[in-house]
Design a protein around this ligand. Sequence first.
Ligand SMILES: [Zn+2]
Length: 275
Amino acid sequence: MGSSFVSEFRRSDHTGENRCWPCTVVNVGLVGAAGAALGAAVTPTVGAAAAVGGLALVWLRGYLIPGTPRFAPPLVAAVPGGAALFDEPPEGADDPPNGGGSLGAESGPADPAELLDRLVESGVLEAGDDTVAPTAAFDERWHAEMDRLREDTTEELARAALAISPATEARAIDDEWVALGPEGGGVTDETWLSRPVAIAEIAGYRATEPHLDDDEARLAAAQTNRLFLDECPDCGAALERGTDMSCCGGHTGAGDEPSETLVCPDCEARLYTFE
Ligand SMILES: [Zn+2]
């Protein structure tokens, strides 16, 4: 059983960071019960083999029983203490609408329609019949900046982010995150940006220089323009559409429609959330 077999069966949208613990727990329980029943009905070896195979699939795919994301959350939430199994964002990590924080998060988003008009007027974006896209001139500068920034260490990215963000303190975390915050603030005051987001936004800010002259608009443009990415700014992998949820709902109610997201499958980083 080589790694290609494993990757063929692995479903990253329900495993790794996205693993939903309620679904996993319910499935492990059901697989164990099914294995025991088979063991009793056939032979213990058959039961054990079925249980091991089922557990392996739960581990690789997030869940085995079809429909688990629908029935597991209410089931687990009903068990005392079960609600604690639902995913929470990492302690201190901000979880704003656009995913994983933003350089301009402190100032708050401008009026979206007004921002869009301004970006089209200033030549950052161009509007077609029913589409909007970066202009060739902006896109070229933006991608050239991203190519340069992806060579930087996370420490260097933190310094570059600090230079343009309203935040007054920046640090690199685990070579994976840039944390921005007020001086002397605690982890709960920080906004965390994944490397791909930091690269996209620093590059986006810099690339708007010939078009916009105020920081607030440049930061808002850098954040908005992440939705036009099709490759990961850090590793170059093709971005994939996913959903906001760790399989069964996480901290959104089970009845809510998940938001669509743009994610890097290799960095497991979210680049954008479509509301
Ligand atoms: Zn990536």
